[in-house]
Design a protein around this ligand. Structure first.
Ligand code: ZN
Ligand code: ZN
Length: 225
């Protein structure tokens, strides 16, 4: 018997007539519909072309600021809204270290990524400290069935966890990443993946590094925003 990963109710479901007549690949269900409905997808309509949030402008004021600072802006795609359900999910998955919960959104990411055009899929890394204390990178956990390249690494010295800093000090921090391997990114199209888009600071650092190493185009994706 399989139970919902979030509420633990049984997932046994009756097959529909068409599933009996046309047995296709069975979609692996890991959470019940009631739980999954609490996560709200971005529709993509009226979205900021930078960060994907719903905004009346083509480019929201935050993204206009990035555009001014870098001379380019990321084209970011968030999948779900960072609402109460997502906050609770992140709390359990990331901060309480319930690694088995990575399965909840693997399929959602897989579907979105399969529609994107890129050469390398690059997850945002966690710091060595987080790796030691949490024991896993919550981003690569979400990408389990997808090919990705761990290309960038955290510079050491970062003492305060991103989530503990306020918005202003997060925006000001210096480049936090370096390229993990000596490879040329000349002409490549990269998609960066993170779990949550907050201010964009982390993804802009990673994107800047990619562009400095010759990337042709950098886009990004996050589970939530
Ligand atoms: Zn459930
Ligand atoms: Zn924006």
């Amino acid at each position: 018997m399989v139970n919902c990963l979030l509420c633990n109710r049984s997932l046994t479901k009756r097959l529909t007539v068409s599933e009996i007549i046309f047995p296709g690949p069975i979609r692996k269900q890991v959470v019940c519909n009631a739980c999954f409905q609490k996560f709200i997808r971005y529709s993509g309509t009226n979205a900021c072309q930078g960060c994907g949030r719903e905004d009346k402008n083509k480019l929201c004021t935050d993204c206009q600021r990035w555009q001014q600072q870098y001379g380019w802006h990321l084209s970011h795609r968030p999948i779900f809204h960072y609402n109460q359900a997502m906050r609770e999910f992140m709390q359990q998955y990331k901060f309480q270290g319930q690694y088995h919960l990575r399965a909840v959104f693997q399929q959602s990411l897989q579907v979105v990524i399969s529609q994107m055009d890129y050469d390398l899929l690059v997850p945002i890394p966690v710091t060595n400290h987080t790796m030691k204390t949490r024991g896993f990178n919550q981003v690569t956990g979400l990408l389990e069935n997808i090919q990705y390249t761990e290309l960038i690494k955290h510079r050491e010295k970062q003492k305060v966890a991103q989530s503990k800093k306020d918005r202003q000090s997060r925006l000001k921090t210096k480049q936090q990443f370096f390229l993990d391997r000596n490879i040329t990114l000349q002409g490549l199209r990269i998609v960066l993946v993170d779990d949550i888009y907050t201010t964009g600071r982390t993804l802009y650092h990673a994107a800047e590094l990619c562009y400095q190493n010759g990337c042709k185009r950098v886009q990004s994706l996050s589970l939530a925003r």
